[in-house]
Design a protein around this ligand. Structure first.
Ligand code: ATP
Ligand code: MG
Length: 260
């Protein structure tokens, strides 16, 4: 279970240095919850703060204020210790839009990396990595370097790397948005398999239809604040907020059709 409470994050505005000048407030008191085995989507326009939110949860960015609870481990971000940060990083895994694979390592070595850091014996790390590469249909390419893999294949390696870490939750940031529809399809299939396996997932996606298909619940984030959170069914069929209706009208024509 992941629970985020009252999370605040700002960045120094462009041109302001050394803390002078105004700050850009990106997350303004965000609350969010993902139960064990639940799949939750975050939707929202570009610049809403979706990536920043995921990055703050896994401490790639440091939020200024708020609490993050993972399982029964609670961290007040203001006073987070090294140990707290390590805990959050160890128990969450991120899948990035741009894959973020090491270019000078093979697919297998990319998956193994995190396991070796955790002091798994190399043989065990390799076996486990092969197991997860197989899960995402990439075992045959285990010894290839990322440059020789398609975007969809690289992203599947990225997913295998996340799965191998056995995280409490997987955070996916637009995992298919860099891909052609055809290659996106093979990644979406892998994510569907993860849903079937009841992985706990928090996914930022522009693919509204896909989010709708796989999610138990949906959040709409806009301008650093949660506009609406609801079960997927309610969110799409009975949106409560004007902002949500506008968002859905803009992104899903079928929705507009149904409400004419
Ligand atoms: N490292 C940074 N330094 C300064 N500003 C940043 C930084 N990262 C993000 N921002 C700003 O924070 C805001 C939110 O960015 P974020 O990447 O979280 O949006 P997003 O919802 O993921 O958008 P998109 O859908 O385009 O990916 C934007 O205005 C962005 O310019
Ligand atoms: Mg983003």
């Amino acid at each position: 279970m992941l629970k985020v409470e009252n999370l605040y994050k700002s960045f120094a505005a462009a041109g302001s240095r050394h803390g002078s000048g105004t700050a850009l407030s990106v997350l303004r008191g965000v609350d969010l919850e993902v139960a064990q085995g639940e799949v939750v989507s975050i939707l929202g326009p570009s610049g809403a703060g979706k990536s920043t939110l995921l990055r703050c949860i896994n401490f790639l960015e440091r939020a200024e204020k708020g609490t993050i609870l993972l399982e029964d481990y609670s961290v007040d971000v203001r006073s987070a210790s090294k140990q707290d940060i390590l805990y959050m990083r160890r128990h969450t895994a991120m899948v990035f839009q741009s894959y973020n694979l090491f270019q000078n390592r093979t697919a297998l070595e990319n998956v193994m990396e995190g396991l070796l850091i955790r002091k798994l014996p190399p043989k065990e790390a390799a076996d486990k990595s092969r197991y997860f590469l197989d899960k995402v249909g990439m075992l045959e390419k285990a010894d290839e370097y990322p440059a020789r893999l398609s975007g969809g294949q690289q992203q599947r390696v990225g997913i295998a790397r996340a799965l191998a870490l056995n995280p409490s939750i997987i955070l996916l940031d637009e995992p298919t948005s860099a891909l052609d529809p055809e290659l996106a399809g093979e990644v979406l299939k892998v994510i569907r398999d993860m849903v079937q396996a009841r992985m706990t997932m928090l996914i930022v996606t522009h693919e509204i239809d896909f989010g709708r298909e796989i999610s138990d619940r949906v959040y709409l984030l806009d301008d650093g604040g949660m506009v609406e959170s609801n079960t997927t069914d309610e969110f799409f069929n009975n949106p409560q907020k004007e902002r949500t209706i506008r968002f859905l009208e803009r992104y899903t024509q079928s929705f507009t059709q149904r409400h004419k």
